[in-house]
Write a protein that binds this ligand. Sequence first.
Ligand code: SAM
Ligand code: SF4
Ligand code: SF4
Length: 337
Amino acid sequence: MLDTYRRPLRNLRISVTDRCNLRCRYCMPEAEYTWLPRRDLLTFEEISTLVDVFVDLGVDKVRLTGGEPLLRRDLPSLVTMLAAKPLRDLALTTNGVLLAGHVEALKKAGLGRITVSLDTLRADRSKSLSQRATHPSVLKGIASVAPAGFTGTKIDTVALNGVNDDELVDLIEFGRTVPAEVRFIEYMDVGGATTWAPERVLSRAEMLTRLTAHYGPITPLRNEDGAPADRFELPDGTTFGIVSSTTQPFCATCDRSRLTADGLWYLCLYAMDGINLRDPLREGATHAEMAKLITDAWWARSDRGAVDRLAERDRLPFIPLTALKRDPHLEMHTRGG
Ligand code: SAM
Ligand code: SF4
Ligand code: SF4
């Protein structure tokens, strides 16, 4: 199944909650938020039913995210349900705060891989960036992943000029010890990034210049189909990734879509509207009817939000705070990043 730019539907990110226990300044800077009504949240059975439809249409990679997915009670039960499906990859993105307490149950439930977000190795910086003093728990969470039997672990770092741009090497060195591949993500102007400004973006080009100055020649690696991160190899064989969503977007090969915790399906991180899958599902739509709804939307998909943003002059944050307050679906933490 291909969209108007001949991009397949392969990758589904499922946000299981819009709540979070951190308040990262680039994602949820405010103290108060309007939460999705609890009655609207998809049950695990509903998520599982929708994933069956998506799998029949070509999805073979599912990532659980949020908000903070480990705040959703009994997440391993959902993992068990999803792990029984014919997926190539079943992964979780977490801020790591609660990870150590859940990692074994997640492994037992059949989770394939874990990505932990870690922006800094310094506790004081972490506190200032996430507005919570949880850095030791995050490090404990990261340390618990390999002993629980997980491999293919990743660390995601949002690279911010003037904040953590002096830690690129330290983070790669830390990644080696975990072991985990570090991926640096360019600061994006989506959702809650209400203080975004071009000069705060540490670009992929600048990251490569700094890392080359430290390590010597860096070799680009062949990309996995549709993967957002460009991967690179250091002279000693250590690999890392860069997700250059802001300065060199990868919309041309984007095979991902996002399901919010209340069942709205977004075809692009920058899309203003989502397709309501919850209501038809609750009104008793059959598998075939849900498949038609999804197929028709994907065939018509022409989004390439990050490319369109790049063409804009005098770029400001994408959505003003007033609009975010009116519709929480526009938030990054609702869409799952
Ligand atoms: N709470 C979990 C976490 O932080 O890993 C999962 C959800 S979070 C929205 C998913 C990813 O989005 C995180 O890696 C986070 O760093 C990233 N993210 C959030 N806001 C961003 C922004 N403005 N620019 C780039 N990445 C962002
Ligand atoms: Fe930070 Fe993730 Fe929570 Fe956003 S959802 S505030 S990135 S921990
Ligand atoms: Fe995909 Fe939209 Fe992100 Fe482009 S901006 S990579 S189309 S989700």
